[in-house]
Design a protein around this ligand. Sequence first.
Ligand SMILES: Nc1ncnc2c1ncn2[C@@H]1O[C@H](COP(=O)(O)OP(=O)(O)OP(=O)(O)O)[C@@H](O)[C@H]1O
Ligand SMILES: [Mg+2]
Length: 390
Amino acid sequence: MRKFVQRALGKLQKLDREQVYSLVSQLAGENEQLEVVLDSMTDGVVVLDKQNRVVLYNKAAQRLLPVVGGEIDEKPVWTVVRDNEVAEFLKKSLENEDRVEDKEFTLEAGGATRIISCGTAPLVQDGEIQGTLLHVQDLTEKRGKEARLRRAESLASLTTLAAGVAHEIKNPLGSIGIHIQLIQRALKASGRLDRKTVGHYLDIVTEEVDRLNRIVIDFLFAVRPMDARLKEGDLNHVVTDLLEFVHFELEEARVSLVTRLEELPTVEFDEKFIKQAFLNIINNAVAAMPNGGTLTVSSARRGESVEVDIADTGVGISEENMTKIFEPYFTTKDFGSGLGLTVVYKIVKEHGGEISLRSKEGEGTTFTISLPIPQKELRLLGWKGRKHGV
Ligand SMILES: Nc1ncnc2c1ncn2[C@@H]1O[C@H](COP(=O)(O)OP(=O)(O)OP(=O)(O)O)[C@@H](O)[C@H]1O
Ligand SMILES: [Mg+2]
């Protein structure tokens, strides 16, 4: 179509009135169609010229990116955008020609909060940069959905947790009740009190109260919202730090350590929490190898995630227990709280990650934690999506 128009323009002198009329109306029709397409898009599109002035923008861009009034096509775009943070981002990325990162912004407009993401890309025609394409996306609903899903997930785990607590406190409460009855009976039965027997009952009551207290403290630890402060970093550093920390413990337990750490892209995590999660898994692994064994810690990038495997050569987990191990208070240990893996699960979810495991009784268990690679990092890596294969 464009070629035809160009050819026709070359012969413009030779065209008669009617032919010129038909050419112009064809161009107008095409233009209108383009406008309809652009305006029907839910994403905002803004075209900038080489001086970063607005040449064209669609309806969605108008709605998502508030601009100051007046002639917006005369000055660089960052001087006409109303939000300071967006303006600063545009100035920085357009002036530095740094067109890699998309950035998210929270805008307050008309009492509503909107989350948008802005990204820029060079506008290339015939191998030459003609300007910039500014892409604005409305993430409000998507982020809202994600938050609702997270809340629902944590609510579901809260229900199991509450059921667990109810179950856990039943025994000590029952025992306290019985011993108080025994004390009452002892008080009624004899005029003279048998101090030794009552003292023994009271000791049991105190012990059970301590147990209840422990349950409540653990429960609060497991349900309290985590104020995870995610920072970008290299997960391998966390792993090496932690392994150095548990080095002597492993030696003492006759567990030899194998590490296979591949170079990783940056991911976002809260070091304190992630260390806690790895440590809980390592503690379980060591406990599963009472006669020693091998702990293998490996890390690698897999697709859009970074994965850390922690494998032991221990007793393994039976098929039946496999579905229960993340449940609060599930333990097969005499002195276990059964909250170790519940906490691990919570930490991983808080990071938007996944946890999975493979286990075979008598052979060992491998836990895999995967954390998502942030979108902008993927773009830097030139990630093209799973279907193209990497
Ligand atoms: N690597 C492993 N090998 C074999 N069994 C495991 C392994 N990791 C977890 N388990 C099983 O899962 C159960 C629950 O683990 P979790 O860490 O939640 O609690 P715990 O270790 O029993 O208690 P705590 O962590 O409070 O000491 C364990 O009791 C154990 O039976
Ligand atoms: Mg544990």
